[in-house]
Design a protein around this ligand. Structure first.
Ligand code: COA
Ligand code: AMP
Length: 635
């Protein structure tokens, strides 16, 4: 007997058009698609639902108002850092979004124009995203923890007509004025927006530049509500920049039709969430988790979504998550393992949990980084509900591998996010690009076409898309993760195969940090790699070789490079530790042996690389690492 998961999975692989064509009927279309899947530009470009006309905002907001959910809360804004709880019903959300869309339109924003959103976790960020979707404008949300330089790179690439921001963000107790960051990003950027729309928060009043800057409340009070604009299913809904191997971020494009179909379906199939349920993704709208599961997924499904402006600990304590779950009757929650590690560290026996009624809480989903068994066990034991690891990426928009609770609940194997979700023809390729045997580690790749909701290309960069994802393994999408599939079909994701690291669930490029370090006048050579960290999973560690003749103290130079990374990339990089070494270990062809240094730092077994040019350097590296508290001296 096959279970519903197996039936769905097999159909999605053997008859993708039949499977997704049927799923798509659960959404509202102004005009039905001509074809479910257009593969006329294979082997690289596939498009879902060409010919179809839709509006994502209509499906996420208006549809629910017209179908009896107008009075239901769409958004609950819970902000322990400002002591605020605010509820917005679907009807109210529709009015706010329609007005903001009207305000955008009155300032010249039209279908296809870009709008950049640089906002803290407040409902206005969600309203701005939906207002773009309503007009068919393309939003690009940039995480608030990025520095002006990173913001400028994204402004140059997306060329937004309008930038939406707020006067400040709040990090636990620290108020961070956003406007000076935005102003300096615009100054650095070559592309200039026509306007900046600023939401003034009570803690900081931003200075507005006459003519360019607009006040959110003024614009809203004048605006005429704008209706939803039908767009092609294949038109872009948003661009989300993510880290790659270099300092230049990749603009992942998401279309309207496939994204809407896949996300709405995933809410039931993967998360087992029904319309009316309360869903909480404790992330940030600046990340893909925020796009997919704070905003679009839950709203498309008619759920109540929580916008949480706080941390797992410190706002005010390690019971914050339990307070939110009980107060708002959360049914399903999604966050990164690092958040649970932070809670476990402060409240190892989960004492604070006992103060709250968590009876509505049905399942916890974790993603963004590898779920360590200790955190999994702790969460399972303390909560007594299914704790589901699932694996996905900014590029994929939704889970590649999951325990699809709405289809069939599989027994959990520690260390595995379970099985490929329907739509994902996942394989492991060995060093010869042959299909690996069960249990054998190799490159995790997905046979094309990717399912709906995934990236059709990179923004204005088809070549970059092909080169980054499709060139290396012909006919497959390269995830850049390595892992294996066991005899029972369970997938294990082990490590990235490129220079991307995951710091507190945030994806960062070590290559990008190296570019910053190399710019320091005293640095001759450098390497940045991710080492294990008990709280954040990984943190970046820098190695620098100084130019000959540099007489300044190492401490002074390290202080400067730490500041440079914070100023140029942002606090979110968590780059705080670096060390000066005489040389870096390299292969004879000059490649820095990052993997070996990483193993030494993490105190793991390593083999002396056969191609190393000078084996003695590894002892020097180990000594340097021991001095800064890594690479246990005993080994
Ligand atoms: N705006 C400005 N600064 C920000 C920011 C934002 N939106 N988000 C983070 N930062 C800053 C932090 O204040 C911190 O600054 P500091 O070095 O001065 O302390 C720095 O960036 C690093 O942030 P973070 O890695 O988040 O560390 P943290 O110590 O503040 O918090 C956790 C650690 C584990 C509590 C936190 O990372 C967390 O809650 N993670 C939840 C998981 C999550 O949201 N994952 C996203 C993908 S699902
Ligand atoms: P991001 O694009 O920020 O979502 O980061 C995607 C990367 O995070 C993946 O390529 C993986 O390396 C890692 N990742 C995400 N989820 C998991 C998971 N459940 N297990 C292991 N690694 C994960």
């Amino acid at each position: 007997m096959t279970n519903p998961y197996q039936q769905a999975y097999e159909r999605s692989i053997n008859d993708p058009e039949g499977f997704w064509g049927e799923v798509a009927q659960n959404c509202h279309w102004y005009k039905k698609w001509d074809k479910v899947l257009d593969d006329s530009r294979k082997p690289y470009f596939y498009r879902w639902f060409p010919g179809g006309m839709v509006n994502t905002c209509y499906n996420a907001v208006d549809f629910h108002v017209e179908n009896g959910r107008g009075g239901q809360d769409a958004i609950i804004y819970d902000s322990p850092v400002t002591n605020t709880i605010e509820k917005i019903t679907y009807s109210e959300l529709k009015d706010l979004v329609a007005k903001l869309a009207g305000a955008f339109a009155s300032r010249g924003v039209q279908k296809g124009d870009r709008v950049l959103i640089y906002m803290p976790m407040i409902p206005q960020a969600v309203i701005a995203m939906l207002a773009c979707a309503r007009l068919g404008a393309v939003h690009s949300v940039v995480f608030g923890g990025f520095a002006p330089n990173e913001l400028a790179t994204r402004i140059n690439d997306a060329k937004p007509k309008i930038i939406v921001s707020a006067s400040c963000g709040i990090e636990t107790q620290r108020v961070i004025p956003y406007k000076p960051l935005l102003d300096s990003a615009i100054e650095i950027a070559k592309s200039k927006p026509d306007h900046c729309l600023i939401f003034q928060r009570s803690m900081v009043s931003a200075d507005l530049i006459a003519g360019r800057d607009l006040d959110w409340n003024d614009e809203m009070s004048k605006a005429k509500p704008h209706d939803c604009v039908p767009v092609a299913a294949t038109d872009p809904l948003y661009i989300l920049y993510t880290s790659g191997t270099t300092g230049v971020p990749k603009g992942v494009v998401r279309d309207n039709g496939g994204h809407m179909v896949a996300l709405k379906w995933s809410m039931k199939a993967i998360y087992n969430v029904d319309p009316g349920d309360v869903f909480w993704a404790a992330s940030d709208v600046g990340w893909v988790v925020g796009h997919s599961y704070i905003v679009y997924g839950p709203l498309l499904q008619g759920c109540t979504t929580i916008v949480y402006e706080g941390k797992p600990v410190g706002t005010p304590d390690a019971g914050a998550f339990w307070r939110v779950i009980s107060q708002h009757k959360v049914n399903v929650m999604f966050t990164a393992p690092t958040a649970f590690r932070a809670i476990k560290r402060e409240d190892p026996n989960a004492e604070l949990m006992k103060n709250y009624d968590l009876s509505t809480f049905k399942a916890l989903f974790l993603a963004g980084e590898r779920l360590d068994p200790d955190t999994l066990r702790w969460a399972e034991k303390s909560l007594g509900i299914p704790v589901i690891d699932h694996w996905w990426q900014t590029e994929t928009g939704w889970a590649i591998v999951a325990n699809c609770l709405g289809l069939h609940s599989f027994p959990i194997k520690q260390g595995s996010p379970t099985k490929p979700a329907p739509g994902w023809n996942l394989t492991v390729l060995d060093q010869n690009n042959d299909i690996a045997k069960p249990g054998e580690i190799g490159a995790l790749v997905v046979k094309l076409p990717l399912p709906p909701g995934t990236l059709p290309t990179l923004w204005n960069n088809d070549d970059g898309f092909i080169n980054a994802y499709l060139k290396e393994f012909a006919g497959y999408y390269k995830t850049a993760d390595a892992g294996f599939i066991d005899e029972d079909g369970y997938v294990y994701v082990m490590t990235r195969t490129d220079d991307v690291i995951n710091v507190a669930g945030h994806r960062l490029s070590t290559g990008g940090m190296e570019e910053v370090l190399s710019d320091h006048p005293d640095v001759a050579e450098c390497a940045v790699l991710g080492v294990e960290d008990q709280l954040k999973g990984q943190i970046p560690l820098g190695f620098i070789v100084l130019k000959a003749g540099v007489k300044r103290s190492n401490e002074e130079i390290i202080k400067e490079i730490v500041k440079m990374v914070r100023d140029r990339i942002g606090a979110v990089a968590s780059f705080k530790i670096a060390t000066v070494v005489k040389r870096l270990p390299k292969t004879r062809s000059g490649k820095i042996l990052r993997g070996t240094i990483q193993k030494i730092a993490d105190n793991k077994e390593y083999k002396m690389p056969a191609t190393i040019d000078d084996p003695g350097i590894l002892d020097e590296i180990k000594e340097a690492l021991i001095k800064i508290g890594y690479a246990d001296a005993k080994k």
